[in-house]
Design a protein around this ligand. Structure first.
Ligand code: ADE
Length: 983
C-alpha cells in the first residue's frame, strides 16, 4: 500500500523523527555487523543519523535493525515514513544472485520497553510490508551516478499496547536509511457553528467516524446539539446542530459578543442586535430590551421591537348635532395618535342642570340614556345618543384612548353640549288626516292654526315604518299643511308626526298618527288615527324625506291627470313636457320667470350643447343673493333649439328634492337691448343689440361634477363620506323613480356636488335626446346611449326604466369608490357590451367594502326584475351609515377579479412592464417593479395593493392607478380570450 507523502500540518502528531534526535539513537542491530549506524553532522552541526547495510555479494543475508521503544500516546493507528536510498543491483558488478533491491518493515507491540538484554526474536515481530525503492541509483548522460532519495509511508496498527518497536530486515540489499518518522493523525480542535470541538483522534478502524459533541462558546446556547464527525484522515465531517448567541449577544467571527449600548437583542438566535426602537434606549452592554423614554410606554402585548408609544392627544373638532329624538356627537381623530393604530374613544356623560342659586350642578347621566353603537370603546368617530331628557343640559366628554392609555394620562376633549329642547312653543299641529293612499304613497293634511303666535315658516313631517326594527326614519318638509309622502312600502303601517317651524324655531311635535299604505295597485281612503310612543332615531346623514312638487304645481297636475294623463295608480306626478301640445306651456307651468336684471353673471364655468354655463348670483328682493349657475342658449338659436333647451327646465321645475338640482327659474320673456354673451377668451361682454335672452337658472354647486371632483380629490375621503355621496344620489333617484321619471343618463358626470359634499342629480334634458352627452354612442337600433352606464336591455332594445337607472346607479357607485375612474377603463364599447353579455362585471375598486361591491353587483343583475329598487338601495345604504361596521371588510385586494362564471384564465404576456407603466404614466416606477422581480405582465397579474406598497409605491393615487390598470388589463385580456382572439 502506498500513501501520498505528507505535509506535516496541524492534524499530525509526531511520535518519532530521527532527524530531530540530537543525541544518540538507541537502535539495535542483529547481527552486530549487519546494519551500520553512521552519524554525520550537517552544516548547522546537527547530527544526521543514518543506518546503512550493503552485503550484496554474500548469500542468505538476514540483518535486522530495531528502533527504540516508541510510545503510542493517543494514537490508534500510526504512520511510518521512511526516507532511504537503495542501490540498483544492475549497477554493481558480479552480484547477480546475491544482490536484493527490497527490505522488510516489522513491528512489535509491548506495554513497556523490553528489558535490556532481551534476546532478539524475529518471530515476535509482525510484518508490515516489503519496501522497494521507487528510484535507485541511475546513470546520468555524463556517466555520473545520481543518488535518488525514496520516501515511503506505511500504516501500522491497530495499536492496542502502550508502545511498540519498528524493525527493518535486510536480505542482501544496499540500503541507506536516512530518516524514520512516526506520526499519527487527529482532527484538530475547531470552532464551528458557535461550538468548540476538541482535538479528536480518529477511530482505529479507518472506516468508522468518531462522533464528537461540541460545547457552545461563551454567551451562546444550544439550538440543536452541535456535532461533528472525525474522519480517519483527521478531517471533520458532517456538521450537525448548532448554537446561537444568547439574548443580548450577537455573532461576530464565530463568537458571541455583547450588544453595544443603544442596541438590544430580546431573544437567543442568529439575528444581530437591533437598534433600540423609536422613543426607547439602552445604556448598558448586552441589553435584552430597550427602556421607553419618559412619557412613552409599551403595552403588555407590544413586542419589544415596537417603538414606545404614548397616549393619543385629544380628539379634535368635537361637534354636536341635535334633533328632537337623537343627539349626535362627531369628532375628528387626534392629531397625535401617540404612534399607535389601536385608538378607541370613550364618551362620558354628565347631566348639568342649573340649581336654584343660579349655579350648575353636574351628576352622572341617567343610566337609560342610550348610546348607539355604545358609549365606550368606540372605533368610529361618532356616536348617537337617544332617550335623553328634555329640557336638560348634558356635558359630554370624549376621550381618545389607545393601548398605552392606562399607563399614561388619557387626553380628553371636553365638550359641553347643551341639549336645548325648549320648544319654540307648544305643538301647532293637532289632528293629522290621511287624504288618500296608494301602495307606496300617503297623502296627509292637517289644519293650520288660525292665529299662530309666530309666523309658520314650514312644517317638518317625520315618519317611519312601524314594523321596521331598524332605527331609521325619514323626514320631509312642506310649506303647506299637507304633504304626499312617497317611497313607502305597500300594505305597511307608518307612524307620522308633524311639527311647525316658526321664526323662533321648532314647536313641539304633534302626537303620533299611524296610517297604512294600500295593497299594491289600490288607492285607499283614510284609516285609523292613533298616537304612539316616540320611536328612536339614529340616522346621522342627510335625513332625506322629500316633499312633493309644489302645491300649486300639484294642483295643476292633478287637473291634467284627470284630463287623461293620470296613470292607473294615480301617483305618477311627473308630467312629460312632450305631452303638451305647446311645450312652452310646460315651461310656464313648472318654471318661474326671472327678470334678467336680477341675475349677475360672474364667470363662465363650462359649455353645453346649447351655450355657455356661467356662475353668478340671483338677487331676490328682501333676501340675500343666492349663488346660481346660469345655462344660456347661444344667440341665433332656432325655435326647436329653444324648445329643446327649455325642456330641461320644465322637467326640473317639477322636482323638489334636496338631492335634485333645484331650478330657480328661467329667462324666456325678456327683450333686452344689452345681452350678455361670453367671448371665446372667457370675457363677459355686453352686446348692444335687441335680443331675447334664454336662460335656465339653477342652484350653484360649488364642487361641480362628481366625477371630476373625485378625480381631483383621489383618496381623500372616508368610505363613510363616499357612501354619504352615494346616498344623496340614491335619495334623488328614489324621488325621481317615485315620480315616474326615468333619467336614462345617470352617471357621475351628471351629479353635482355642493360645498357640503351633498350630491344632487342633474341633467334632465337627456331623457329624450342624448345629443349633449359626449359618452353617448349610437347603438345598433340607432339610439344614442352612454354604453358604459346603461343596462343591457336598454342598449339592446331601448327598454329604459327606473330599474335600468338602478343599473346606472351601480356604475355611479363604482365611479365613486374608484374616485372617478372610467368604467371599464379603455375597453371599447363593443368589448364592454360583449363582456357584460358573458356575465362579467366590474371588479371592486381598491379599498371597496364587500357590502358595497355586492350592492353594485345586485344593481347589475342581467334580469331587470332582479335588481333592487331605489328605495331598497337607499335602505341598504342607510343601514350601512347607521352601522358602519358593515363597511369594514374590504374586498380582498388580490382576488378582486370581476365576478365571473368561470375560473380565471392565465394572464397573457404581450408587452413589457416598461411599456405598460409608460402607458399609464407611471414610468417612474419601472425600477421598483424590476428590482422586486416583476419583469413580465404575467407576474403583475396577481399583485395586490399590499404588493404595490411593498415595492415602494407609496402615493395612494399612484397605487390606485396601478391597481386599477392591472384590473383593467385582466378584464380586457379575459374578454379577448373569451372571444377567441389570439394575443
Ligand atoms: N355646472 C353645471 N351646472 C352647474 C351648477 N349648477 N353648479 C356648478 N357647476 C355647474
Amino acid at each position: 500500500m502506498s500513501l501520498t507523502p505528507l505535509v506535516y500540518e496541524n492534524p499530525v502528531l509526531i511520535l518519532l523523527d530521527t532527524t530531530a534526535v540530537l543525541g544518540e539513537l538507541d537502535w539495535k542491530t542483529y547481527p552486530i555487523n549487519g546494519w551500520d549506524a553512521i552519524t554525520e553532522m550537517d552544516e548547522q552541526n546537527r547530527p544526521i543519523h543514518t543506518f546503512q547495510v550493503c552485503h550484496v555479494m554474500e548469500l542468505n543475508q538476514n540483518n535486522w535493525l530495531r528502533s527504540g521503544w516508541i510510545q503510542r500516546q493517543a494514537a490508534q493507528r500510526v504512520y511510518v515514513e521512511l526516507r532511504f536510498t537503495l542501490r540498483d543491483c544492475n549497477s554493481i558488478p558480479w552480484v547477480s544472485g546475491t544482490c536484493k533491491e527490497t527490505f522488510n518493515l516489522f513491528y512489535l507491540q509491548t506495554n513497556e520497553p523490553l528489558p535490556s538484554g532481551t534476546r532478539f526474536r524475529p518471530t515476535d515481530y509482525a510484518k508490515v510490508d516489503t519496501i522497494a525503492a521507487d528510484e535507485s541509483f541511475t546513470q546520468t548522460d555524463l556517466g555520473d551516478r545520481v543518488l535518488r532519495l525514496n520516501t515511503e509511508i506505511r500504516e501500522v496498527g491497530p495499536l492496542t499496547q502502550r508502545g511498540f518497536y519498528l524493525a527493518f530486515q535486510d536480505v542482501g540489499a544496499c540500503i541507506a536509511l536516512v530518516s524514520v518518522k512516526v506520526f499519527y493523525k487527529r482532527c484538530p480542535s475547531t470552532l464551528r457553528n458557535l461550538a468548540v470541538f476538541p482535538d479528536t483522534v480518529p477511530h482505529r478502524d479507518s472506516s468508522s467516524l468518531v462522533e464528537v459533541k461540541g460545547a457552545c462558546v461563551e454567551n451562546a446556547e444550544e439550538k440543536d446539539t452541535p456535532k461533528l464527525y472525525c474522519g480517519a484522515d483527521g478531517d471533520w465531517l458532517v456538521p450537525l446542530g448548532h448554537c446561537v448567541c444568547s439574548i443580548g449577544h450577537e455573532e461576530k467571527d464565530g463568537h458571541c459578543q455583547t450588544c453595544k449600548p443603544g442596541f438590544f437583542k430580546p431573544i437567543a438566535g442568529n439575528m444581530k442586535c437591533s437598534q433600540c426602537p423609536l422613543h426607547s434606549s439602552s445604556h448598558d452592554q448586552a441589553a435584552t430590551m430597550c427602556h421607553c423614554e419618559k412619557g412613552f410606554y409599551r403595552a403588555n402585548k407590544d413586542p419589544s421591537t415596537m417603538a414606545c408609544t404614548r397616549p393619543p392627544s385629544a380628539p379634535r373638532n368635537l361637534v354636536s348635532l341635535i334633533n328632537d329624538t337623537a343627539l349626535f356627537l362627531q369628532w375628528m381623530p387626534p392629531s397625535d395618535t401617540g404612534g399607535r393604530s389601536d385608538i378607541t374613544y370613550n364618551v362620558l356623560c354628565q347631566r348639568c342642570d342649573g340649581d336654584s342659586g343660579g349655579g350648575m350642578q353636574c351628576d352622572p347621566c341617567e343610566p337609560d340614556l342610550r348610546f348607539i353603537p355604545r358609549p365606550l370603546g368606540l372605533t368610529g368617530i361618532s356616536v348617537a345618543i337617544l332617550d335623553y331628557a328634555t329640557p336638560a343640559n348634558y356635558t359630554f366628554i370624549v376621550e381618545a384612548v389607545n393601548g398605552v392609555s392606562g399607563l399614561g394620562i388619557a387626553a380628553r376633549a371636553l365638550i359641553n353640549v347643551t341639549v336645548n329642547t325648549h320648544q319654540a312653543g307648544p305643538a301647532l299641529v293637532g289632528v293629522i288626516k290621511k287624504d288618500w293612499s296608494s301602495d307606496n304613497s300617503i297623502a296627509l293634511s292637517w289644519t293650520e292654526e288660525e292665529h299662530p303666535p309666530l309666523d309658520i315658516v314650514d312644517y317638518e313631517v317625520k315618519y317611519y315604518e312601524k314594523e321596521q326594527e331598524q332605527l331609521s326614519y325619514s323626514s320631509t318638509r312642506t310649506k303647506n299643511p299637507s304633504v304626499v309622502v312617497t317611497g313607502l312600502r305597500p300594505s305597511s303601517v307608518y307612524v307620522f308626526h308633524v311639527r311647525a317651524r316658526t321664526t323662533a324655531g321648532y314647536t313641539a311635535y304633534s302626537s303620533n298618527f299611524e296610517f297604512s299604505t294600500s295593497a299594491e295597485g289600490r288607492i285607499q281612503q283614510p284609516v285609523k288615527v292613533t298616537a304612539d310612543n316616540l320611536w328612536p332615531v339614529d340616522c346621522m346623514g342627510q335625513c332625506q324625506g322629500y316633499i312633493k312638487a309644489r302645491m300649486k304645481s300639484q294642483e295643476k297636475r292633478r287637473t291634467r291627470f284627470r284630463s287623461g294623463h293620470v296613470p292607473f295608480s294615480g301617483i305618477k306626478t311627473y308630467v312629460d313636457p312632450d305631452t303638451y301640445e305647446d311645450p312652452t306651456q310646460a315651461v310656464e307651468e313648472f318654471a318661474k320667470e326671472i327678470d334678467p336684471s336680477s341675475i349677475c353673471i360672474d364667470r363662465v364655468i363650462g359649455t353645453g350643447e346649447f351655450g355657455e354655463v356661467c356662475s353668478g348670483r340671483l338677487r331676490i328682493p328682501g333676501r340675500l343673493d343666492i349663488a346660481v349657475a346660469i345655462k344660456t342658449l347661444k344667440g341665433g338659436y332656432m325655435e326647436h333649439q329653444r324648445r329643446d333647451f327649455l325642456r330641461e327646465a320644465s322637467i326640473m321645475g317639477q322636482f323638489d328634492s334636496p338631492n335634485i338640482i333645484r331650478l330657480e327659474g328661467v329667462v324666456t320673456k325678456s327683450k333686452m337691448l344689452a345681452c350678455f354673451s361670453v367671448s371665446r377668451v372667457n370675457i363677459l361682454q355686453y352686446t348692444f343689440m335687441a335680443c331675447r335672452p334664454v336662460m335656465i337658472v339653477v342652484e350653484y354647486m360649488a364642487n361641480g361634477a362628481l366625477d371630476s371632483f373625485l378625480r381631483t380629490r383621489d383618496g381623500q375621503f372616508t368610505v363613510l363620506q363616499l357612501v354619504g355621496m352615494m346616498r344623496g344620489v340614491a335619495v334623488g333617484m328614489a324621488y325621481l323613480s317615485d315620480m315616474g321619471y326615468v333619467h336614462r343618463d345617470l352617471a357621475a358626470r351628471n351629479i353635482l356636488v355642493d360645498e357640503n359634499l351633498v350630491c344632487k342629480v342633474s341633467d334632465f334634458g337627456m331623457s329624450r335626446v342624448m345629443e349633449e352627452d359626449t359618452e353617448a354612442a349610437y347603438t345598433a337600433t340607432g339610439g344614442k346611449i352612454p354604453i358604459r352606464w346603461t343596462a343591457p336591455e336598454a342598449i339592446a332594445y331601448g327598454k329604459f326604466s327606473s330599474v335600468s337607472d338602478v343599473w346606472s346607479f351601480g356604475i355611479v357607485m363604482w365611479e365613486v369608490m374608484s374616485y372617478g375612474e372610467r368604467p371599464y377603463w379603455e375597453m371599447s364599447n363593443q368589448d364592454v357590451i360583449l363582456s357584460m353579455e358573458e356575465g362579467y362585471r366590474l371588479p371592486a375598486p381598491m379599498g371597496c367594502p364587500v357590502t358595497l361591491h355586492q350592492l353594485m353587483l345586485h344593481c347589475w343583475q342581467k334580469e331587470p326584475s332582479q335588481r333592487p329598487r331605489f328605495n331598497n338601495v337607499l335602505c341598504f345604504l342607510d343601514k350601512l351609515i347607521i352601522n358602519p361596521s358593515g363597511l369594514l371588510t374590504l374586498v380582498n385586494e388580490s382576488h378582486n377579479f370581476p365576478d365571473s362564471p368561470d375560473a380565471m384564465p392565465d394572464y397573457p404576456l404581450f408587452i413589457s412592464i416598461g411599456d405598460w407603466l409608460d402607458s399609464i404614466k407611471m414610468s417612474q416606477y419601472k425600477n421598483n417593479f424590476i428590482a422586486a422581480g416583476y419583469t413580465t405582465l404575467d407576474s403583475i397579474s396577481t399583485m395586490s395593493v399590499d404588493d404595490i406598497r411593498r415595492i415602494g409605491i407609496c402615493l395612494i393615487g399612484h397605487q390606485r392607478r396601478i391597481i386599477s390598470s392591472i384590473q383593467s388589463l385582466r378584464l380586457q385580456f379575459h374578454h379577448i380570450q373569451q372571444s377567441g382572439f389570439q394575443v
